[in-house]
Ligand binder design. Structure first.
Ligand code: SF4
Length: 85
């Protein structure tokens, strides 16, 4: 355990309760995911998606087609996507 780095979050958690830091580093496999943590993760993922969309629109970047090209068969934009159909 000599190569670990202390994170800013650890200081915050330590002031909340020192045992949280102990559980995090000494018993990492029993970490439970609370509802608040799940919501935080979901919110973070949504923000990443919004950022990706903003980047596409602002920079006019043509994104890749979907993994399943079966969606293209009935898509209203299929005539614009000559590279997939
Ligand atoms: S036809 Fe084009 S716009 Fe429509 S789903 Fe396929 S890649 Fe996307």
């Amino acid at each position: 355990m000599s190569d670990w780095l202390l994170e800013v979050t650890d200081l915050k958690q330590y002031t909340f309760c020192p045992r949280i830091v102990y559980y995090r580093y000494c018993l990492p496999r029993i970490r439970l995911i609370t509802y608040s943590m799940e919501e935080g993760i979901r919110s973070h993922e949504e923000e990443e998606t919004r950022e990706e969309l903003r980047n596409i629109v602002e920079n006019e970047i043509m994104p890749s087609p979907p993994n399943s090209l079966s969606r293209c068969v009935t898509c209203e934009f299929r005539l614009f996507c000559n590279d997939v159909i």
